[in-house]
Each structure stands twice: as structure tokens, then as C-alpha cells.
Unconditional design. Structure first.
Length: 267
């Protein structure tokens, strides 16, 4: 199985931790963020990883070489200019089968192998990994048609489906990526759906951190150091957090409000 990791970003939001290193190499104890991802992929059965490098890419090459020290075949492609999170896929060599595609600034204990198998068994050219988050408004909401109140919801909870920067892509999705302009994954997803190409979702509950800011980095680092095996091994840790649907009044934000009514906040 093949994985493609996007590790070319400058990490400007993560300063000062990225003042002299690419963000994929920020340390999490004795391991770098990228090393943890590669070890996790290997534990899940992946044998090849393509690293899409740009900013300080030579440091990443020096750290991982051909990947043999991790039991992986590691190869590289180089973004000569900022290309977004989708356009670097145009540069990946020898890509003929589905591959996991992920941002390089993530810390996660997702089962990459299960994600991959679910994609292969499905009917989509792209599968998007996501997590469900629930946010309470803390205030009451009115459902109204003009001046007519239809319903009151006291402090409801909204469900958000959060894209986690982890995908499985068929190589032919590259036909929907323009070669002349930088393109991000959301643009590719919308291009596929606009073209009638199925895009599937994969909900997961394992740990996930977007290591994009100093505060998020410290949270992720503390979580990793508290239980490294949770991220380095395939067997779930007994401490693995599980998210359960609360027994609350839940709104699904990607669904229209019935009858075209409006929702207004009240206190």
C-alpha cells in the first residue's frame, strides 16, 4: 500500500518552532511529527511513502533517506513553487493504485489500513476522513417563518463534520486538478462532485491533532508523550478516546432547515 504525505509547507503559523526546520520535523519527544506518521503507516501495512517536499526539503531527505531504517520505501517529489494541497499530486511518480494522501502536520492514531480498505471496497475516486464534533450554542434558538414562531430549541447542540486532512485518492483524480494554478484539496473535492464523481466519507473516532499553531503543537506533544504507543502501534490503546453522540437536541449543519424557516439566536 502507498501513502503520499504533503510536507512542503513553510509552517509560518507554527513559529518559532519552524524557524530553522520544516514543520514536519518538529519534535514530539524523541520522534519528529513526520516520523510518527511514517511509523504509524508502516504499522498499518503500508510499504511505500512518497514525500512531497518543498521548503527545507533537503532536511527531510537527510532525515529519512530511502526509508529503509523505518522498513519503508520512501521516494520524493519536489514542489518548486507553492502548489496548494492537491496540485503536488500531479508530481507523484509511478502512482497507479489508490493511495492515502495526508497533510504532514498531523498527529493521529487513525487506522490507515482500515481507511484504505474501505476506500478500495467503495465506489468513489476519493474518500475523505472526518470527525464529528458537537458544539453547544449555550443560548436558545427560535425557528421562525417571518414573524411567526414555529419552534423553540433551548441551547441546542450542532454537529460539525470536520475534514481532517486525510484522504484516499485514486490516481485518476488528477484529471480534475489544473496544471497551471495552485489547487487545494477542497477545490478538488468540489470539482469531483461537480463532475458527478462520487466522493465518500470515512468517520473515525481515534485521536487527531492538527499541529498548525504553537498552542496546538503543545497539546499534541503532551498527548503523544502521555501515550506514545497509541500513535506508533496499530493496536488501540486502552486510553483511546471515544466520541459518543450526546442525547441532546442536535442540528446537522449540512442539512437545510425544514420549510425554508430561519433560525435566530435568543438569550
Amino acid at each position: 500500500m502507498h501513502a503520499i504525505l504533503l510536507v512542503g509547507g513553510r509552517g509560518t503559523r507554527l513559529m518559532p518552532h519552524t524557524s530553522n526546520r520544516p514543520k514536519a520535523l518538529v519534535p514530539m519527544g524523541e520522534h519528529s511529527l513526520l516520523e510518527i506518521s511514517l511509523r504509524r503507516l508502516r504499522a498499518c501495512g503500508f510499504t511505500r511513502a512518497t514525500l512531497c517536499v518543498s521548503h527545507l526539503g533537503s532536511m527531510i531527505r537527510s532525515a529519512f533517506g530511502d526509508g529503509s531504517q523505518l522498513g519503508l520505501q520512501v521516494d520524493y517529489c519536489v514542489d518548486e513553487r507553492p502548489m496548494g494541497t492537491a496540485a503536488p499530486l500531479l508530481l507523484v511518480p509511478d502512482w497507479a493504485e489508490p493511495a492515502v494522501v495526508m497533510n504532514g502536520d498531523l498527529l493521529t492514531s487513525i487506522d490507515f489500513g482500515d481507511l484504505y480498505r474501505r476506500h478500495v471496497a467503495g465506489d468513489a475516486g476519493l474518500t475523505v476522513a472526518f470527525q464529528r464534533h458537537w458544539v453547544s450554542t449555550g443560548v436558545g434558538l427560535l425557528r421562525a417563518d417571518g414573524d411567526r414562531i414555529r419552534r423553540v430549541h433551548e441551547k441546542p447542540t450542532f454537529e460539525w463534520n470536520v475534514c481532517c486532512g486525510i484522504y484516499v485518492a485514486d490516481p485518476d483524480v488528477r484529471a480534475h486538478i489544473p496544471s497551471s494554478t495552485p489547487t487545494d484539496m477542497p477545490t478538488l473535492i468540489n470539482a469531483l462532485t461537480d463532475a458527478g464523481r462520487p466522493v465518500n466519507g470515512y468517520a473515525f473516532t481515534e485521536s487527531w491533532h492538527d499541529v498548525g499553531t504553537p498552542a496546538h503543537y503543545e497539546q499534541a506533544r503532551a498527548d503523544f508523550l502521555a501515550d506514545p504507543d497509541r500513535y506508533l502501534r496499530l493496536t488501540p490503546s486502552p486510553h483511546e478516546a471515544q466520541r459518543c453522540r450526546p442525547e441532546l437536541d442536535v442540528f446537522f449543519l449540512d442539512e437545510p432547515v425544514p420549510g425554508g424557516a430561519t433560525i435566530e439566536m435568543w438569550t
